[in-house]
Design a protein around this ligand. Structure first.
Ligand SMILES: [Zn+2]
Length: 320
């Protein structure tokens, strides 16, 4: 099997985890001094792709030191258990709020099955083996990991999820941002650069926290972000941050606008969010047929609307 991956400077590689479609979800590999660390793993079905990249690069399994997951959503961490089983010396690095779910995945899986059903959960993610506690490093705010002399700094970045951290790699001036710095598919790149929008997935989306986390990342002397969805963005970073701030507010405005629509609420917000993103894609100079744009946006918009509604209902319950 030939994995799809792209090498960057500083020993960083974007690997396609082959989740749902090409160039939708990535794992990142950092190689230093002949040793390797993964950041995000994809699902169980991605593990063979990650191992094939190691083989391609002649990195022995024994020389993978760390498997880092930005948060425990399954397109990021679903493969961690099986991957760790293949890597005799690797430690898992995870946010303290996410760690219990990977050491004992039954509650996490029950939540996923509640959303997707038993059959689709199996097709998308398979079963997660528990990860033994002695192989787990819980990286809280400002945890510093010495990876072969290359310091990786962990920043607690809630907003997309409370169990989310980002990884600052000073050596390459890079942030590995998981889902905190939004979604930017390479298929939407134009001469204007990258297209980006925030992800407001259930059940822990928090707009105030997401604004603050994006601002915090931008205080770093960052030259490039590596996004799980998808790969490197390295130009107009402040504009990309500004766009996300605007869209978080616009999305929140859509739930407010349609809050009294009852059973139609979900469909109304969906329609408006698609329209907002399509018009921004047009302004961005995207030449794809509209059907293809909708096809790329539809899953994220569905999840975004679910997350916004969940947050809204929770907030209203507190207010009233
Ligand atoms: Zn996520």
């Amino acid at each position: 099997m030939k994995p799809t991956y792209q090498d960057h400077d500083f020993g960083i590689t974007t690997i396609d985890t082959a989740y749902l479609r090409p160039q939708l979800a990535a794992s990142h590999l950092i190689v230093e001094n002949g040793h390797a660390a993964f950041i995000d793993t994809g699902t169980n079905y991605s593990v063979e792709h990650l191992l094939a990249v190691l083989q391609d690069k002649n990195i022995p399994l024994e020389q993978v030191d760390y498997v880092i997951v930005t948060h425990v959503h399954l397109d990021h961490a679903g493969g961690a258990g099986q991957l760790i089983q293949q890597l005799p010396h690797a430690q898992l690095v995870v946010h303290p709020r996410g760690a219990p779910h990977l050491m004992e995945p039954s509650r996490l899986m029950a939540g996923v099955k509640a959303v997707y059903g038993e059959e689709k959960t199996h097709t998308l993610y398979g079963e997660l083996p528990p990860i033994p506690a002695e192989r787990v490093i819980q990286a809280g705010e400002h945890y510093e990991l010495d990876f072969q002399g290359r310091t990786l700094l962990f920043l607690d970045t809630p907003g997309h999820a409370r169990h989310h951290f980002c990884v600052w790699d000073e050596h390459s001036s890079s942030v590995f941002s998981g889902d905190t710095f939004g979604l930017s598919y390479r298929v939407f790149d134009t001469e204007q650069g990258a297209f980006i929008y925030p992800t407001t997935t259930p059940v822990q989306f928090d707009p105030g926290a997401l604004h603050a986390s994006i601002d915090r990342l931008m205080t770093l002397p960052v030259k490039q972000f590596f996004l799980t969805h998808y790969g490197k963005v390295d130009a107009h970073l402040q504009a990309l941050a500004d766009t996300q701030h605007q869209l978080i507010d616009e999305f929140v405005g859509l739930v407010r606008k349609h809050s009294d629509k009852g059973e139609q609420r979900h469909a109304c917000i969906m329609e408006d969010m698609i329209a907002v993103l399509l018009s921004r894609l047009q302004a961005h100079g995207c030449q794809l047929p509209e059907a293809e744009m909708r096809d790329w946006l539809s899953m994220d918009v569905e999840l975004n609307v679910q997350g916004l509604e969940f947050w809204w209902d929770k907030t209203q319950a507190i207010v009233s």
